[in-house]
Design a protein around this ligand. Structure first.
Ligand code: PLP
Length: 406
């Protein structure tokens, strides 16, 4: 060993342990005990990237110039594919020169944005629960994070009226994300209009994460922040190829919106990385141009899983209503149990892996997130194991049914 006396920098010490890393340890232990795990923990889509994307990547490998360092700001053709995608899907016009920047996945950009714009002590507004990069990025930057606790009875929407005006005046950045990970909540256009008006009044940078731009069901179409008049003056929006296109391992995402903010992020990144491998930018360009029929088939797959699992969980006593977007179910745990206790009980008694809600911040306590990343056969097996282990939910007393305590 050695060097234990060299302490990590304070910014690392300030971070709570990454729950997914802890879950990995527990999963490893369970596997070593011979359990057949059904892993519904991470938002890691099953299956491979679309065939035309794979073929584009293979063809791009043959191009010698793609093997060198890519341009810092991304290839012009990929930036144009991004702005074309925004035009087609959201009728939003963007300049590929300066209003779009490819990223090594959106997590990278969301985190680095905080390093580019947040000084130690700056107030950053972050919903709780939230996707961890929304608070971990600012935490690494030394932000004074003001959590906006979301509530089920408010549809998991941020209640701007609850933010004290002195906090709003001090705040520099607001992160938010609809359709939401982990709650699967969606926000009406009027909500986006309120957020833009709020940010303009208090001069706050809006950082919207549109990760689930295409994963929507039953006719629902997510809203882009940039559809709202004036949003580009105070905001940026992140998107990723990880979810819709099953490309989580490829690490391709992008940010669009305010030119000045994107320039700052780019300046930071030119000191940290060389951007996305040109071969992958070429393939990502093809992904963004896939016909709507591809998106429809992806949504159909998740919708079937959603319906199947919701019906099965409701037969076990939950009272879940259909989600309209994302690849998650946000499920209350029985009264008297913490999110972590329930997730551990599930893992130990059934081999099912879910994410405890507190991984997404204090506002996630009392819930677990289930990712729809297995086919209906496997989800059926999960439901069977839950029934066998008597893991049920009594909606009336909000507790496990008495027999489950046997
Ligand atoms: C809301 C949200 N943003 C960003 C990401 C990360 O995406 P990427 O793979 O592009 O880093 C995720 C992944 O789960 C997410 O749920």
């Amino acid at each position: 060993m050695g060097l234990e006396w060299i302490q990590p920098a304070d910014r690392l010490g300030a971070l709570p342990p990454y729950v997914f890393a802890r879950l990995d340890e527990l999963k490893l232990k369970a596997r070593q005990q011979g359990l057949d795990l059904i892993d519904l923990g991470m938002g890691n889509p099953d299956g491979s990237a679309p065939r035309p994307v794979i073929e584009a990547a293979i063809a791009a490998f043959e191009e010698p110039s793609y093997h060198g360092y890519p341009p810092f700001e991304g290839t012009a053709v990929f930036r144009q594919a991004i702005t074309r995608w925004y035009q087609r899907r959201y009728n939003v016009s963007l300049d590929p020169e300066g209003e779009a920047l490819p990223l090594l996945g959106s997590k990278e950009g969301l985190t680095h944005l905080a390093l580019a714009y947040v000084n130690p002590g700056d107030v950053v507004l972050v919903p709780s629960p939230a996707y961890p990069a929304h608070f971990r990025g600012p935490a690494i930057a030394g932000a004074n994070i003001y959590p906006l606790i979301l509530k089920r009875e408010k549809g998991w929407l941020i209640d701007l009226s609850e933010i004290p005006s002195d906090i709003a005046r001090q705040a520099k950045v607001l992160y938010f994300n609809y359709p939401s990970n982990p709650t699967a909540a969606i926000a009406p256009r009027s909500f986006f209009e309120e957020v833009v008006a709020f940010a303009r009044e208090y001069q706050i940078l809006l950082v919207h994460d549109l990760c689930y731009a295409e994963l929507a069901f039953d006719g629902y179409q997510p809203t882009s922040l940039l559809e709202i008049p004036g949003a580009k003056e105070i905001g940026v929006e992140f998107h990723t190829l990880s979810k819709t296109y099953n490309m989580a391992g490829w690490r391709v995402g992008f940010v669009v919106g305010n030119r000045h903010i994107i320039q700052g992020l780019r300046t930071l990144k030119t000191n940290l990385d060389y951007g996305v491998f040109s071969v992958l930018q070429k393939a990502a360009e093809v992904a963004l141009s896939l016909p709507d029929s591809y998106i429809a088939s992806v949504c159909d797959r998740y919708r079937q899983r959603r319906d199947f699992l919701i019906q099965g969980l409701n037969e076990l006593g939950w009272q879940l209503t259909p989600t309209q977007a994302t690849m998650y179910l946000w499920v209350p745990v029985p009264l008297g149990m913490s999110s972590t206790d329930f997730a551990l009980k599930l893992l130990q008694e059934t081999g099912i892996v879910v994410t405890p809600g507190n991984a997404f911040g204090e506002g996630g306590e009392g819930y677990v997130r289930i990712s729809l990343i297995a086919d209906c056969d496997r989800l059926g097996e999960a439901l069977k194991r839950m029934a066998q282990a008597n893991i049920r939910f009594d909606s009336l007393s909000h507790s496990l049914t008495p027999s489950s305590h046997d």
